[in-house]
Ligand binder design. Structure first.
Ligand code: ADP
Ligand code: MG
Length: 329
């Protein structure tokens, strides 16, 4: 491949494209930006090919087709992501569960078949949701779902892994400054061109035009938000969104409308944002406070912002509609 040598590396190269079910934007500074972006795009398509639940030939589809029957051998990428997903399921006591797909399929949020399923359907599908029935074999890199019709969904974690992989590619190419945006899963890579921290806006979940509720200032951190405001449908005046509480089979309703995680690795941030969203304020804050180097910003229905102790110097509320809640240390 041929790359034009850049003379002005102070202007970023920006590429926008669609993969992993979302709009991706890479904004990269530096002489090798173009090359790094091309490598990142190739890698993102590769990850999508392996982990998409919609591509027949993906490794995730293979695991799902073999449910209750066979162990499927998968690549290191897929094995790593599913193993992490199961670890986060344990850590969150099942608030995160990668076997949630039968329930996700019933609700069909973001598809033409979105609907409110009846209680019996939900109860039947819930019998299949159990991360403890994911058999992982480290030696052979094989995965098996123990029950027939079980179905895996890495939608709550794969974008995080993908962001970390893009980061590694940028590092290898000696990029010092970039924003990796995988549909709101942000990795603020390195620092700004002048060495200052990046300022990343946390979306106001109540605004329709992408306003911010606050700003986090960080260097080289992942900032991932799970919210109820992007993927949902309305029925009888009620909002049904895409983050399911595996204990009930219904969209998680506990007063949290968005949970943002700031961490070094985006795979952790992605899984934990979903965990925190489902666990709610009290248990969510407790979990995040127990983890080193991980922080959270929760926004609740009553327009309160709760932040964990490690982020207080690097978070600024910038919207008068919001107030700090009880959990500000
Ligand atoms: P987004 O994909 O919008 O960034 P999340 O990271 O919170 O948001 O992931 C939500 C996706 O994860 C859903 O679309 C679904 O595929 C899957 N999912 C939903 N509920 C759960 C859950 N409790 N545990 C694990 N994955 C989930
Ligand atoms: Mg997530």
């Amino acid at each position: 491949m041929f790359f034009i040598r850049r003379t002005n590396s102070e202007v970023p190269i920006i590429k926008e494209f669609y993969v992993l079910g979302t709009i991706i934007q890479l904004k990269v500074y530096g002489r090798k930006a173009e090359k790094a972006i091309q490598e990142a795009i190739t890698r993102l398509y590769e990850i999508d090919d392996k982990m998409s639940a919609f591509k027949e030939y993906s490794e995730v589809s293979k695991i799902n087709k073999n449910a209750g029957k066979l162990h499927s051998r998968v690549s290191n990428d897929t094995y790593f992501v599913i193993k992490k997903a199961v670890q986060y399921s344990k850590l969150s006591d099942g608030a995160f569960d990668p076997t949630i797909r039968p329930i996700v399929n019933l609700w069909g949020v973001n598809t033409d078949n979105a609907r409110v399923p009846d209680r019996d359907e939900i109860n039947n599908a819930l019998k299949l949701v159990n991360y403890e029935q994911v058999a992982l074999d480290d030696t052979n890199s094989t995965i098996k779902l123990n029950y027939e019709n079980q179905c895996i969904d890495v939608g709550g974690i794969a974008k995080g892994y993908a962001a970390d992989e893009v980061k590694s590619i940028f590092k290898k190419n000696k990029i010092r400054s970039a924003i990796i945006d995988l549909g709101g899963n942000i990795f603020a890579y390195g620092s700004k061109q002048d060495g200052a921290k990046w300022n990343i806006g946390i979306q106001d979940p109540f605004s329709f035009c992408g306003e911010y509720s606050g700003i986090v200032s960080v260097k080289d951190k992942s900032i991932v938000t799970s919210g109820n405001y992007e993927r949902y449908f309305m029925k009888d005046g009620k909002r049904f969104h895409h983050i399911i509480d595996p204990r009930t089979g219904y969209p998680s309703e506990n007063g949290v409308v968005s949970a943002t995680i700031v961490s070094d690795y985006s795979i952790d941030g992605d899984a934990l944002s979903t965990c925190a969203y489902v666990m709610g304020i009290d248990n969510g804050v407790e979990l995040i406070e127990s983890l080193d180097g991980v922080d959270a910003i929760f926004i609740t229905e009553d327009k309160k912002i709760h932040i964990t102790s490690g982020i207080k110097d690097n978070f600024k509320l910038c919207n008068t509609e919001f107030m700090y809640g009880n959990h500000v240390n």
